[in-house]
Ligand binder design. Sequence first.
Ligand code: 6GU
Length: 273
Amino acid sequence: MRLDVVTIFPEYLEPLNVSLVGKARARGQLDVHVHDLRDWTYDRHNTVDDTPYGGGPGMVMKTDPWGDALDQTLADGYEGGAHGPVLVVPTPSGRPFTQELAVELSERPWLIFTPARYEGIDRRVMDEYATRMPVYEVSIGDYVLAGGEAAVLVVTEAVARLLPGVLGNAESHRDDSFAPGAMANLLEGPVYTKPPEWRGRGIPDVLLSGHHGKIARWRRDEAFRRTAAHRPDLIERCDPAAFDKKDREILSMMGWAPEPGGRFWRRLDDVEE
Ligand code: 6GU
């Protein structure tokens, strides 16, 4: 997979040399190119922003540096044999970045990221490139960052670990929380390793029982507990056909009940917080 990142802070992308993404690069599984947007400015001050039409606070990133940078990035990539680019534009007003979108992006041969600072990029840049390639405007969560660079690191790591041969073990993302079909999208419960006792704290007996059925059941119960506490929206979204008898018992104990349509909703009256 080829990755291009155009940014006014190329040094912010240094973490792409480290850990899983760094190793994928070293092995030739990822071909990463980081570009300085200011290379496509031609005035003394290397200006990339200007005041917004219509007034208001902040600055907007100008069309010309982005247009020239993207034209050259595309030309260089095609010349190097890349094909099928998609533009990934990090923005707090984008669609939520999810595991499903990570899987979709991991199936593309070439991602071009345009992290912005200030109040974002002049709309015409996205409209222009959308006539030539898919454009994904993505947000990594409901909070505001000072710029899109950290989001590029997040998206890149989520995508890179899905590439064939990047994670050592092909099984290792099968039961990720949020992997399609994983525990019906429950969060994963607690995990333990040696020693069996630490500062007076043991580990749940069932994990030492060697009884695989009981262990699987315990893990599922813990996943329900954790999901109910941290992400009740995930349980409400679940297809109730994914719940077995024991799941229903656990949910009921935690204050959840099926509505006539079958989906589970939390009873607000008798819930212990
Ligand atoms: Cl992608 N960019 C910025 N600036 N803020 C964000 C974001 C992206 N996702 C959530 N907040």
